[in-house]
Each structure stands twice: as C-alpha cells, then as structure tokens.
Design a protein around this ligand. Structure first.
Ligand code: SF4
Length: 215
C-alpha cells in the first residue's frame, strides 16, 4: 500500500481553531477540485505537481522523527486517501490529528481524528457547486470559508443557512498568498465577523513567511 505524498514538515498550525499549535504537516497529493486561487497547486496540477509515491512505513518513520504528537493532514484533498490515513493513524497511538477537507467526500475517519477542518469551496473558487458531505451533525467538524471580496458574504451566509451550520462553527479566512493581501483583507473581514458573529481565522503562515513552502 503506497501513499501519494507531497511533503511532511514540522511547523505551527496557521489557520482555524488551533492557530499556533505545533504540528506535523502531512500534505497528501491529489485533489478532486481545481480552485482558481489554490495555494497548493503543486499537490494536484500536473504542470507543477511534485508528488511522490511512498510507503506507509517511511511516512510513519518520518512523522516519528519530529518532537511533536499532533498531525495536520492536508493536501490536496486528503479524504481521497482516507483508507491510508486510517492505517497511519492506527499505527500512531498517542498522536492527535486534524484533517483538512473541501467537504465533497464523506468521512470514514472521524473517530480517528480530533477535528475536521471542512472548507467548502463556493463560486469564488471557480468550481461547480457540490453537496456538502461533512455534515454539521458531525461534532468534530468546523467550517472555514475563504473570502476574497466583501460580496462573497451573501453566498456564504446563504450556504451556512441552507446547510444548517452553527454560527460558532464558522471561520472566515481572507484569501491571499502574500502578507500584504492577507493584511488588507483581514481588516474588513474582521469587521464582518464582528457584525455577523462568525470567527475570524488568520493565515498565520502567510503573515510570517508569505507563500514559502515547508516551514
Ligand atoms: S480544494 Fe484545496 S487543494 Fe483542492 S484545489 Fe481547492 S484549495 Fe486547492
């Protein structure tokens, strides 16, 4: 059994409820969407992809080499390889994990993870709409929306309402791969979060390193 892997590195979580938590990033290859503003095209776009097939044993060995027992499983779309994720997590007792997903694939690994960071992609991503498969009844799910412009809010609010997502589970995140873009968007997005009662999430890694990889 081989895993389509992009990279493994040790950093801090830069987004969502666990911002600032030291984490090992397990970035898997492949995605079933193609967002226009994707900041990790190197995981799925054949023109720039640098994925590799690796063994589960070598992945576990690399994970164990870091002084940390929390994993952020990201991509790409990690749920495309959830059977392999399950094998890895079962072989890492004492580790906690959160998984990032675009919400288009049902989760079979919920019992194995601490949190599911579901980021449904709406029209600003350029993808066709799709049904949400990570249901709000899943107590481990939070919902992160990428906001590019103020007018995105209308669609986001309608999506939250029609999918019956609790306000407290919603995180709005500014789109951008440069510090200056994130700063500019954060200023008006924080005002929107205060007005609507949603959580704001920064993109701490972009604020610190712009779009540099693996740190
Ligand atoms: S779902 Fe995520 S990884 Fe896939 S194209 Fe969109 S932003 Fe990129």
């Amino acid at each position: 059994m081989k895993l389509l892997l992009n990279e493994i590195f040790y950093s801090i979580q830069g987004e969502g409820p666990n911002v600032g938590r030291p984490s090992i990033f397990l970035r898997l290859g492949g995605c079933n969407l193609a967002c226009s503003w994707c900041d990790s095209k190197f995981t799925w776009d054949p023109k720039v992809s640098d994925n590799k097939l690796v063994t589960i044993d070598s992945t576990i060995k690399k994970i164990k080499s870091f002084p940390c027992k929390h994993l952020v499983i990201t991509g790409g779309e990690p749920m495309m390889q959830q059977d392999k994720i399950a094998v890895i997590l079962k072989r890492l007792p004492g580790y906690t994990a959160e998984v990032e997903t675009n919400g288009s694939i049902s989760s079979k690994i919920s019992p194995l993870v601490e949190q599911i960071n579901c980021s449904p992609k709406l029209s600003n991503s350029g993808n066709k709409s799709y049904p949400l498969k990570i249901k709000p009844s899943n107590k481990k799910a939070i919902y992160k929306f990428v906001v590019q412009k103020k007018s995105d809010l209308k669609e986001i609010k309608s999506y939250i309402k029609s999918n019956k997502i609790l306000q407290s589970k919603v995180y709005l995140m500014p789109e951008g791969i440069k510090r200056s873009e994130i700063l500019t968007r954060s200023k008006w997005l924080i005002k929107i979060c205060k007005k609507e009662g949603y959580n704001f999430t920064p993109r701490l890694h972009i604020m610190l390193y712009n779009d540099k990889r693996g740190i």
